[in-house]
Write a protein that binds this ligand. Structure first.
Ligand code: SF4
Ligand code: SF4
Length: 433
């Protein structure tokens, strides 16, 4: 047995002789004294430790085999891997957020009934009838402006899935203004399994960042809805911050606590920056962390906001094995006109269209430069399982092409140890209370 390639080892300054060993492959973490770490390196570990560290993927039978396995990790998805599509129901919104990424192409288009029927038929034929579970994410614009389409898609897919003995679930990326209790109850019955709602800090700040088209503030309505539905819909809270305002964001969490929310009932809270390094606008509501940015203040702001989130009892996402949708065969974006893309950020770029419901899926390996991470450097990098070459959109914004990896080494060198220690500290506090 050998130490896995995909490990970070952090000495503990407050516990001399101890090391935090973190597997990026399994997100497992173990505290190892120097002598055991040395024994793991020399392959002289006692049987009991050998077994435990193998289970945690800290040890691997053979690094060369582990590396070969990494090369094929996305090649043969299991039949039980759900088909996962982001469905853009409209390009319209009842808010007028000044930073909206979609502003230049949000032209009030809606998916037509014919496209919705074709979507149902295609997913039924190509996925459900072949025994594959289905997970849709309804997206916009604002997806709840298309409640009729959510019904028209979910009712038949839910029925078909029941008949085939597979699961059908959907989630929403919503501004939260329309997701009241009655709406949530109806959608839960149709398969709603979660919603990501964006709140840009406390009342005054949010109202200037995310006003209604009329200019009125949307904070009270959204927070009211969150309080009304968090017990029946797993919610993910997000918010889009800037360098000037991120320190105010925890005020929103304080407000939710003061109004009686149980933070442990919230699925996860993740704040993300409005502006990436290039100075271009980034994804707004989609920004769930797959696009991250590397300016020093941003890395600092991200870790600080995570700490403030955990401190208040709200869960924060942990680093885990993940890759850009471009790499994942079972992940697609389907737009209002039925076109296929690999990321919501690509939908304003017709050159990145990869087919449609009517035409089927085109081979996009070349156009999207898949497998960019299959290099000596990435395969030997401890961060590979949580990076896989990073975000294609950020590379596009920086250079106009997707021909190189968006390397996150500097980012993870700066933040990963702190994030792992944050989680350990908050798990300990939770156990003690
Ligand atoms: S390009 Fe990939 S990693 Fe980047 S935002 Fe899109 S799906 Fe996420
Ligand atoms: S892109 Fe950079 S951080 Fe990511 S796996 Fe490759 S070398 Fe590591």
């Amino acid at each position: 047995m050998q130490l896995s390639t995909y490990l970070k080892i952090y000495p503990c300054p407050d516990q001399p002789g101890m090391n935090l060993v973190y597997s990026t492959l399994r997100s497992s973490v173990v505290l190892l004294p120097d002598d055991l770490l040395e024994a793991a390196r020399n392959k002289t570990l006692p049987d009991e430790e050998l077994e435990t560290l193998t289970k945690l993927t800290i040890l691997t039978p053979d690094r060369a085999v582990e590396r070969e396995w990494m090369l094929t990790i996305f090649d043969t998805p299991r039949r039980s891997t759900p088909f996962s599509a982001i469905v853009v129901l409209n390009l319209d919104c009842n808010l007028a957020c000044p930073y909206c990424y979609e502003e230049s192409f949000r032209d009030k288009r809606y998916m037509g009934a014919g496209t919705a029927a074709l979507l149902v038929e295609t997913i039924r034929r190509e996925r459900i009838e072949k025994g594959q579970p289905v997970r849709l994410t309804f997206y916009g614009g604002e997806p709840l402006l298309s409640l009729d389409l959510i019904r028209a898609i979910s009712l038949p897919l839910r029925e078909a899935a029941l008949e085939a003995g597979v699961s059908y679930r959907f989630s929403l990326v919503s501004n939260g203004t329309l997701l009241n209790r009655a709406c949530a109850e109806e959608l839960v019955a149709l398969g709603l399994s979660g919603a990501k709602i964006t709140i840009d800090g406390p009342s005054e700040l949010h109202n200037s960042s995310r006003p209604y088209l009329s200019g009125n503030g949307s904070y009270e309505t959204i927070v009211g809805n969150v309080l009304d539905i968090f017990d029946i819909v797993p919610l993910q809270l997000g918010g889009n911050f800037s360098r000037d305002n991120y320190r105010d964001f925890p005020g929103m969490l304080d407000d939710l606590l003061a109004r009686g929310i149980d933070p442990a009932r919230i699925g996860a809270t993740l704040f993300a920056p409005i502006t990436p390094k290039s100075g271009e606008r980034t994804l707004s509501d989609f920004n769930t962390g797959c696009a991250c940015s590397y300016e020093p203040w941003l890395m600092e702001a991200g870790v600080w906001l995570r700490e403030e989130t955990l401190k208040r009892g709200f869960p924060a996402p942990r680093p885990k094995l993940s890759a850009c949708m471009v790499e994942l065969e079972n992940d697609l974006v389907i737009t209002c006109d039925g076109s296929y893309y690999k990321c919501p950020a690509f939908i304003s770029r017709p050159e990145l269209r990869i087919g449609s419901l009517a035409e089927g899926l085109r081979d996009y390996h070349g156009s999207h430069n898949m497998d960019l991470w299959k290099t000596e450097e990435c395969l030997e990098c401890a961060y590979l399982p949580i990076c896989f070459g990073g975000c294609r959109q950020l590379t596009l914004l920086r250079s106009g092409e997707m021909n190189e990896v968006d390397c996150r080494r500097e980012y993870y060198d700066t933040v990963l140890e702190r994030v792992v220690r944050q989680d350990l500290d908050y798990q300990r506090t939770k156990r003690e209370t």
